[in-house]
Design a protein around this ligand. Structure first.
Ligand SMILES: Cc1cc2nc3c(=O)[nH]c(=O)nc-3n(C[C@H](O)[C@H](O)[C@H](O)COP(=O)(O)O)c2cc1C
Length: 371
């Protein structure tokens, strides 16, 4: 292995970018600045954050749009072929792919992952997802297992992948879900058994799977009070360390940075309320099973706002200083990294690099990027 995978670096608050392989990115809006998603923009953004020393680029695994006038996420680059291309044009950042475990056999996935790990010389990370949206599985005519069973399936799927990444003799596999004869895969990944795996399960069983099997875990902070958010992170880290892992705890967040708090809030309000795509977000919430008949209107409204603003991520809204103060608080709570999204990815990411990163460095959250 050439170097340590970037997601394991020592920066107190690691940074990544989320969903640039999807039209609209993470923002459910018809505002004209929304991410149109072209290959040339993907390359521009990937190179920009690579040079700025960000740690991770995460593509989302999504197979169809959500309707509405934005048809949010209707156009998506497939995440392994995306990662192979992005890996070849970047130098230091970790490149992820998102795999729906029930849709791809581990023999295929293990080899795809190993191939990208060679292209990137050990910068690959695999995001294993079990299925979030039933309507995607219907496209594949794939079995939609009961929620917790999906995680049993993923655990065996990953066990088989890891054997393919490490074992130098062919082997037979007799599991509950997979059976195979003389299994074999070469070349091994550059990172071999250490090839990192991400999972963002948020249910108890999802978090347990993530903590016990993965290197990059996620929490969805409820933001009701700091104590309960801190407890959520502590519990996830405890589960990981009980399983002998020292996994990082990440969140995803959407950023709106302006010279004043008032301007930042107005910019957010504009793309969420004036231009937000309510039809797409209602479709999304109904696929999640969150219908307005079962939830209070105020709760539904809060969800809608939050999902239009940045796919339910953590809000980083305000002046550069205020947002850096927020990130210091998050780091103190135990958050190790944030996957970011913006409305105007190229423009606002450049602004983040120019205005926010120096303050993060001054606050001890990050060391300057080595050129
Ligand atoms: C940062 C992040 C990225 C995710 N990426 C995907 C994805 O690309 N495709 C997908 O189907 N699900 C994705 N998910 C959904 C999770 O894998 C998981 O299914 C969801 O958080 C619900 O948790 P549960 O499965 O434990 O109920 C993502 C979630 C988060 C927070």
């Amino acid at each position: 292995m050439a170097t340590l995978n970037p997601i394991f670096r020592s920066n107190r608050m690691k940074l990544g970018v989320m969903a640039i392989n999807c039209s609209g990115g993470s923002t459910v809006t018809t505002a004209p600045e929304a991410w149109p998603m072209t290959w040339s923009d993907n390359v521009k953004l990937a190179r920009m954050v690579d040079q700025a020393g960000f740690e991770a680029l995460l593509p989302v695994g999504r197979w169809k749009g959500y309707g509405g006038s934005s048809n949010f996420n209707n156009r998506t680059f497939e995440s392994f072929t995306w990662a192979a291309g992005i890996g070849a044009v970047t130098k230091q950042i970790a490149v992820l792919s998102t795999i729906h475990a029930p849709l791809v056999h581990p023999v295929m996935a293990a080899k795809q992952a190993a191939t990208i790990d060679h292209i990137t010389d050990g910068r690959f990370v695999l995001n294993v997802v079990c299925g979030w949206f039933r309507n995607e599985f219907e496209m594949f005519d794939a079995e939609w297992r009961e929620h917790d069973r999906r995680y049993d399936y993923a655990a065996e799927w990953l066990r088989l992948c890891r054997r393919l990444w490490t074992e130098t003799e062919s082997f037979n596999f007799e599991g509950e879900f997979f059976h195979g004869k003389d299994l074999w895969s070469e070349p091994k990944p550059v990172q071999r058994a250490l090839l990192p795996v991400m999972n963002a399960g948020s249910s108890l069983i999802g978090q347990r799977f993530s903590a016990e099997n993965c290197d990059m875990n996620f929490v969805m902070l409820r933001q009701k009070n700091e104590e309960s958010d801190r407890a959520q992170i502590y519990q996830l880290k405890q589960m990981a360390s009980a399983a002998g892992r020292h996994s990082g705890c990440w969140i995803h967040g959407y950023a709106v940075i302006r010279p004043t708090q008032k301007e930042a809030e107005a910019a957010l309000e504009r793309y969420v309320v004036q231009f937000g795509d309510d039809e797409a977000v209602n479709n999304m919430l109904s696929i999640f099973g969150m219908e307005s008949e079962t939830l209070e209107p105020s709760v539904m409204d809060a969800f809608r706002f939050h999902f239009k603003a940045g796919h339910g991520g953590y809000p980083l809204v305000g002046t550069p200083k205020k947002v850096v103060d927020d990130m210091v608080r998050l780091a103190d709570m135990g958050v190790d990294g944030i996957l970011l999204s913006w409305l105007d990815y190229l423009g606002e990411c450049a602004q983040w690099i120019e205005e926010v990163i120096p303050l993060m460095e001054a606050a001890g959250l990050r060391a300057p990027a080595s050129s």
